[in-house]
Design a protein around this ligand. Structure first.
Ligand SMILES: CCCCC/C=C\C/C=C\C=C\[C@H](C/C=C\CCCC(=O)O)OO
Ligand SMILES: [Fe+2]
Length: 711
């Protein structure tokens, strides 16, 4: 007689327990145990419970290969879902074998788990195990299906398949029409209290393993509803009038002020702060160092001499590498939209900046279009106060559009959705890269589905608050993806290519490179442990299918993107995994968490402009300035979104926090501990550095970075 002792841990999530009958079968190299019901006196499998059971066999089973969990009806109880965290098996000889699960198990079924040891397909030889990998991936690919949202977009998760699975309907023919081009579906409608239409059906059927937890959902709603109601009651969401005076904007969010919102309100019109935001604002990826001026921006030395002073000139500063450009070319052909029944306007500015001897980055010249000429004057700091302020505000509006649509939603949310999908579809639970990446995909499919149901949908929030509307968003994102490269994606390469590796006071760079290095070191240890050679990378067909699917589904097979379609060396794998984890965590935090901080003072991030870009100088007044900024309702609906998405709802997991122990071996667990210590040191260094800053840069403090894109 051989007795195997099972220790079953049920998750602590709301309703994680089950009343269903749970049985287990152990499969080893020397045979299988009988199917054994796991049943003790009293309640089994309650939420948060850790319970021990015995499985008796006539003889020892040899090396344990699989643990089968059978979930079946119990008496008259309705079937329910069970969140199985993990099962630890103690063999008769005392060997302890963990079987990680960390999944919701729905309905009546049999779930097969493998021991927690990381295994690539090259390390499996038994047909039983190879077949298990194959069946697991088949089931995942049946559940998580790709869908086209719009032409030129990264592919997304098809949530309709979850509804079909729920209703056990035969899968309808997959829709071939990109859903963004579909007419406004009947489920896309206004709900009382919400300023935009909501595509309700797409929110009703999320697969349990990618769905927001009850805690996170409640936290998001608890953040949204009071703020929304507060604004509604004050009439701010419905007032289609101009702001009467700038000061009235100070009290939109009187109860959500932060040090930074107040700092921005104080300094927003200063040139020094305008330049600072290119380094440490919510969109710190726009600056390019110039060695010569582009012909489309004919700035002369006379124009900028007053700012440069007598000791230097434009050519000298170009040669020194002190001249930088922010180019909003992507907005040149963006379609415009109507808000409150009136035409809105978009510019496509060129903003030239100078790094002065004191280390401050100052705007030198702003041209509001890509085509120089008499109708597109070059605005200068020496122009009238309101002309110069309005020119800078046009740039801030362009920053808003490029940041929200491209830097933020396209380059973090949508690309991370594709990484999540390929990971779920191409890598089995036992695969080391699955174990490494899964925590960095948590809730991404869910948050993007919410965004598509409330922001990107027809008459969603984007249609209610932005000058380009949903059509413009679709244009910007497909154009942005068509020009996005692997160099842009990898922080060290991007900084080098933009010529900003040495610019002072660039805390996003400094902190980002430290975090990049910490992730790279961690990933190198994991890859080094599971991939002993470049051959082992090349021969891992699951890994190659994973990288290939990302290349085709996220980057649409575009060779010029420079993204890998296959991985030939460990070094390439380390770099790719480092970049993905950095993008899912730190990069998203850098471009997401400061939206309220930098956007609560609306003139610093106007979502729309109501008058055409200036074509002459000397006409701007406070009145015309206020008539150009968005109206009250547009302002407040956008600020509501900024507030909501700038804080991670509860059920958080900061970078490097891996409570689900997918890695069960000692070596990767030591690497995780070293990674956590490394991040803790970075956090201490950042907090120490911030003590000496007038405006602390906090967004890349690892303690405030979520593991994944989940808001
Ligand atoms: C005012 C009520 C809003 C309700 C929406 C609730 C949650 C939002 C869910 C996800 C949000 C994700 C955002 C998306 C960012 C940018 C999308 C484009 C926005 C724009 O162009 O204005 O990231 O955190
Ligand atoms: Fe976000």
């Amino acid at each position: 007689m051989a007795v195997y002792r099972l220790c079953v841990t049920t998750g602590s999530y709301l309703k994680a327990g089950t009343m269903d009958n749970i049985s287990a079968t152990l499969v080893g190299t020397c045979g299988e145990s009988p199917k054994q019901r796991l049943d003790r006196v009293g309640r089994d499998f309650a939420p948060g419970s850790v319970q021990k059971y015995k499985v008796r066999c006539s003889a020892e089973l040899g090396e344990l290969l699989l643990l089968r969990l059978h979930k079946e009806r119990f008496a008259f109880f309705r079937k329910d879902s069970w969140y199985c965290s993990c099962i630890t098996v103690t063999a008769p000889d005392g060997t302890i074998i963990p079987f990680p699960c960390y999944q919701w198990i729905e309905g009546y079924c049999t779930m097969e788990l493998r021991p927690g040891t990381g295994r690539t397909i090259c390390q499996d030889s038994l047909p039983l195990l190879l077949d298990h990998r194959k069946r697991e991936l088949q089931a995942r690919q049946e559940c998580y299906r790709w869908k086209i949202y719009a032409p030129g977009f990264p592919r997304m998760v098809d949530v309709s398949s979850f509804e079909e699975m729920e209703s056990d309907k035969k899968f309808a023919l997959t829709k071939t029409m990109p859903c963004a081009e579909q007419d406004d579906s009947p489920g896309n409608r206004y709900l009382p209290g919400f300023p935009m239409k909501i595509d309700i059906p797409s929110l009703l059927h999320m697969e349990p393993n990618i769905r927001y937890s009850a805690t996170k959902t409640a936290s998001l709603l608890f953040n949204a509803i009071p703020a929304s109601l507060g604004m509604k009651i004050r009439g701010l969401l419905d007032r289609k009038a101009s702001w009467k005076k700038l000061d009235d904007m100070r009290n939109i969010f009187w109860c959500h002020k932060t040090f930074t919102t107040e700092y921005v309100t104080e300094h927003w019109c200063e040139d020094n702060f305008f330049g600072y935001q290119y380094l440490n604002g919510v969109n710190p990826v726009m600056l390019h160092c110039l060695s010569s001026l582009p012909s489309k921006l004919p700035v002369t030395n006379d124009m900028v001499a007053p700012l440069l002073g007598p000791d230097t000139c434009l050519q000298t500063e170009l040669e020194k590498g002190n001249i930088f450009l922010a180019d909003y070319w992507i907005l040149a052909d963006a379609p415009v939209h109507c808000l409150n029944g009136r035409q809105q306007y978009v510019a496509a500015p060129l903003c030239l900046l100078w790094l002065n001897p004191q280390g401050a980055l100052l705007p030198l010249a702003i041209q509001l279009s890509q085509t120089p000429g008499p109708d597109s004057p070059i605005f200068l700091p020496t122009d009238s106060e309101w002309d110069w302020l309005l020119a800078k505000t046009w740039v801030r509006n362009s920053e808003f559009l490029v940041h929200e649509n491209n830097t933020h939603f396209l380059c973090t949310h949508l690309l991370c959705e594709a990484f999540s999908m390929a990971t779920l579809r191409q890598l089995p639970l036992c695969h080391p890269v699955f174990k490494l990446l899964l925590p960095h995909t948590r809730y991404t499919l869910q948050v993007n589905t919410i965004a598509r149901a409330t922001l990107l949908n027809p008459e969603g929030l984007v249609d209610q608050v932005t000058s380009i509307g949903r059509c413009g968003l679709l244009y910007l994102m497909r154009t942005g993806l068509a020009h996005f490269t692997y160099t842009d994606f990898c922080l060290p390469d991007s900084l080098r290519a933009r010529g900003v590796l040495t610019i002072p006071n660039y805390y996003y760079r400094d902190d980002g490179l430290k975090i990049w290095a910490a992730i790279e070191s961690f990933v190198s240890e994991i890859v080094g442990y599971y991939y002993p050679s470049d051959d082992s990378v090349q021969q891992d067909l699951e890994l190659q299918a994973w990288v290939g699917e990302i290349f085709t589904q996220a980057f649409l097979g575009r060779e010029s993107s420079g993204f890998p379609s296959q991985l030939c060396t460990s070094g390439q794998l380390v770099k790719y995994l480092t970049a993905i984890i950095f993008n899912c965590s730190a990069q998203h935090a850098a471009v997401n968490s400061g939206q309220h901080d930098f956007g609560a003072w609306m003139p610093n991030a106007p979502s729309s402009m109501r008058q055409p870009p200036l074509q002459t100088k000397g006409t701007t007044t406070l009145k015309s300035y206020l008539e150009t900024l968005p109206e009250v309702n547009v302002t407040c609906n956008n600020l509501l979104l900024f507030w909501l998405v700038s804080q991670e709802p509860k059920d958080q997991r900061p970078l490097g926090t891996y409570p689900d122990q997918h890695f069960t071996e000692e070596v990767p667990q030591r690497s995780i501990a070293a990674f956590q210590n490394h991040l803790a040191q970075i956090s201490r260094d950042i907090r120490e550095r911030n003590q000496n800053l007038e405006l602390p840069y906090i967004y890349l403090d690892p303690a405030f970075i979520e593991n994944s894109v989940s808001i």
